[in-house]
Design a protein around this ligand. Structure first.
Ligand code: FAD
Length: 435
């Protein structure tokens, strides 16, 4: 939201990391007339060639940070092609063949529709990650971002925060916001390298990701399945597809469970062998087999998330986005939480009038953002269990699964973000602080 006071604030903020979270935070700070510098470890801003989808809450948060983010987003966002399906987030179908169930009797026929989940006003709304990053970068003036700056240390030095980078250089700021992703160095520094919640945990799931030219997908699957978002559910696995790039491309993510629950490779993203992927999806039906066979240059991603941190700040140092609460992607909500974080924190800092008040803003940010974002992390793990018939109560009861799916995302999507900000402002105004 636009600030009423247009004078520059008497403090400087360092943002560490230029992904979706760091860039939204930076744009929010600029919008609030706060002097800031972004330090990115890579040589340039970059995102992977894959799709990312956003729920109604995330899309509203974009407008609330800066209407220009939303305008740019609208130029590149893609939804379902069929007008009758515009409000649908996903359609859920049974994935495996009737005789393809390893340890269960098939609860229905392959391709049978289990549920249609509506996300009012937004439906399925997705972008190519690199294109969304371009939208954000276009809103950053020259000179605000520095590259090749991998943060190694953050410490208090007198009244200032001192950042030390891997190249030996240093920088000072009044406040530091760590937005450096799931393997966050900022999180290690803030929580302590040995703290039990510092390191990400393997969630027991991995995913093949790839893109398909839409013409090829539509020829193989037919228009309805290709051009509108679909999920195919099965025992210990699920596959999702949605259109991106104005319908020119289909984004695919095919999930599987690692039955021993361990990920031992240091790398979390590996090139994959197509035969491994087909072995994983043996017994799955025609639609899924067609999708897998058309995936271009897929790779495989181990899925990690964070145990719930006891705090997102310490003094003048805070965490945001995946650095604070990395999540599995099963609710399509991780990046959306980073955008919500940026909306709340930039607005709270916009109300700070002296360096001494920064900690109160961080305290209020932590108080409202931590419970919600950590609930997203926990329920995202639960979502995968439902999609993969591993939920202890629902098992493969399709009627119960339908009922659950139709209502389980409402609390994420219908969040009243201006009200969340008001709550945070009240906490900040009450002078409660700080550790
Ligand atoms: C398979 C998969 C699918 C997903 N799909 C969705 C989806 O559909 N919808 C959704 O909302 N979310 C989704 N997510 C989650 C989403 O990708 C993340 O929540 C989001 O990208 C996090 O953004 P971030 O800016 O916090 O972190 P990142 O995108 O990881 O950015 C961190 C940045 O910090 C930089 N950096 C790292 N270390 C340092 C350092 N020490 N110093 C300085 N800079 C540093 C990095 O180079 C990078 O630019 C998905 C995740 C996965 C794994």
């Amino acid at each position: 939201m636009a600030p009423s006071d247009t004078r520059e604030k008497p403090f400087h903020v360092a943002v560490c990391g230029g992904g979706i979270g760091g860039l939204c935070m930076l744009i929010g700070l600029l919008r609030q007339n706060i002097s800031c510098t972004l330090y990115e470890s890579a040589a340039a801003f970059a995102e992977i060639g894959a799709g990312v989808s956003f729920g109604p809450n995330a899309v509203r948060a974009m407008s609330l940070i800066d209407p220009d983010i939303k305008k740019g987003y609208d130029r590149i966002a893609t939804g379902n092609a069929w007008p009758a399906k515009k409000n649908l987030w996903f359609e859920f179908n049974l994935g495996p063949k009737e005789d393809g169930w390893k340890d269960l009797k098939a609860p229905g026929k392959e391709g049978q529709r289990i549920a249609q989940v509506v996300a009012l006003d937004v439906g399925q709304s997705s972008v190519h990650r690199a294109h969304f990053l371009d939208v954000l970068v276009d809103l950053v003036p020259d000179g605000v971002a520095q590259f090749g700056k991998r943060v190694e240390k953050v410490e208090k030095k007198g009244q200032k925060m001192l950042l030390t980078f891997q190249d030996g250089s240093t920088a000072e700021a009044d406040a530091v916001i760590g937005c450096d992703g799931v393997k966050s160095r900022a999180r290690q520094i803030l929580l302590g390298e040995d703290h039990e919640t510092t390191n990400p945990t393997f969630t027991g799931k991995y995913a093949y990701r790839g893109l398909i030219p839409m013409e090829k997908a539509a020829k193989a699957l037919g228009d309805e399945l290709a051009r509108n978002s679909q999920m195919y559910l099965g025992r210990h696995g699920h596959v999702l597809t949605f259109p991106i790039e104005n319908g020119k491309t289909m984004n695919v993510v095919a999930f599987q469970t690692k039955m021993d629950g361990k990920w031992e490779d240091e790398r979390w993203v590996l090139p994959m062998k197509k035969e491994d992927m087909f072995a994983d999806f043996e017994g799955w039906g025609e639609s899924v087999q067609k999708v897998l066979s058309l995936m271009e240059k897929p790779d495989v991603w181990a899925l990690f998330d964070h145990p719930p941190a006891p705090t997102y700040f310490k003094g003048h140092f805070a965490l945001l986005g995946d650095a604070a609460h990395a999540s599995t992607p099963h609710q399509g909500a991780g990046a959306g939480q980073a955008i919500e974080d940026a909306f709340i924190l930039s607005n709270l800092l916009g109300q700070v009038n002296s360096v001494d008040e920064i900690e109160r803003a961080f305290y209020a940010y932590d108080a409202v953002r931590r419970p919600r974002s950590q609930k997203v992390v926990a329920t995202s793990r639960d979502a995968a269990k439902i999609y993969e018939f591993e939920d202890e109560k629902l098992k493969s009861n399709l009627v119960m699964i339908k009922k659950t799916l139709e209502m389980r995302y409402d609390w994420i999507w219908n969040e009243d973000l201006p009200q969340q900000l008001k709550t945070a402002e009240a906490i900040m105004g009450s002078g409660q602080a700080c550790r």
